[in-house]
Ligand binder design. Sequence first.
Ligand SMILES: Nc1ncnc2c1ncn2[C@@H]1O[C@H](COP(=O)(O)OP(=O)(O)O)[C@@H](O)[C@H]1O
Ligand SMILES: [Mg+2]
Length: 370
Amino acid sequence: MNSSSIFSQAIINSQVGFCVVDEHGKILLINNAFGRINPAKKIIGRHLSTVIKLGQGSVKKWISALHQERQAQIEVEFRDQKTPFFAIANASIIEEDGHQLVGIFFTESSAQKLLTNELERQVAIEIEKNRKKELMMQSQAKLATMGEMIANIAHQWRQPLNILALILQDNYIKFQLKQLTEEVVEKNYEKANNLLQYMSQTIDDFRSFFKNDESQEPFEIRQALQSIIELVGTRFATTRTKVIIPQAGDYWVYGTQNGFKQVIINLLNNAHEAILASKQSEGKIEVSIKQDNKYIHVYVADNGGGVPENIVEQIFEPYFTTKHQTQGTGLGLYMSKQIIEKNDNGKLEVSNGENGAIFCVALPKASAPH
Ligand SMILES: Nc1ncnc2c1ncn2[C@@H]1O[C@H](COP(=O)(O)OP(=O)(O)O)[C@@H](O)[C@H]1O
Ligand SMILES: [Mg+2]
């Protein structure tokens, strides 16, 4: 039995493409299958790089590296094909008459390659879709918070607007009765001016919440809570809802201060809405703070009855709301979770207490600046 003859016949007739190149990459021998991939007349004597290309790097370098590595496998693409033709090239060194030749088998992989390409394309499309959705949700959430901001401003303005109207009326009546003395004008002018300044300050205060500075910095929780209560506390008071915050202690955390304020406003608004919906006569929202080695935990507990067990898993999902279309967007808790957990490496969780929901915001502790 002549094994070389058997081997050579097997290779010549194999369905797998095969070629032999010299140490520079010049093609010396090809089998029938290789000839079928490249019907061009004259393949022998051409450089391998005129027939195939690599995904990365040059054919020449690959061949010369083979002399050290002895064998290698790489994905290649055949040139000048009507439809893309990919193959796995399996190369090994052949010693012949003191020359180092390279024998290469080519197993077609076009189908897998096309499939991978298609998969990659699909994944890219999905990622892009997701990114767009994320952007859209962000701007919707912004709109929702802007709506809340306008509601707050409108509330803060109602009283001063009434008083301004009264002052104007007072001026007019006194003028008609010829009682408009210099003193009255002075006094009314000063009152009106104070009111206008207060109104303008209200806008500034709310606007500073929506400045999009995302920078992380150490900030003190109790002070942040205090400024929130000054903004929204009176609105809650008109519906007999008390907001209680801790009166002592310094709690420094590391995070985005405006983000944190937005989250707390979201939680307070939700608590307030739950209290109103539960027809509770005396609403109470209690904010408390605890700390461990790593985190400061801020608890927002209300007496609005709590989150029903069957939806507790869903409330952080985007667009999940149990409120009427005109009231709820279902984005508040979703965005809050993003802010706390993605931006600030914290945690936002919910549980139910005796009288209502308890939301907990945990942020990494920071040392107080000196
Ligand atoms: N404090 C709370 N008490 C009871 N249920 C709550 C509370 N906070 C949130 N929820 C529930 O979680 C849902 C999602 O809240 P959120 O994401 O802020 O959206 P939205 O307020 O627009 O409905 C609410 O619709 C409500 O059912
Ligand atoms: Mg909400």
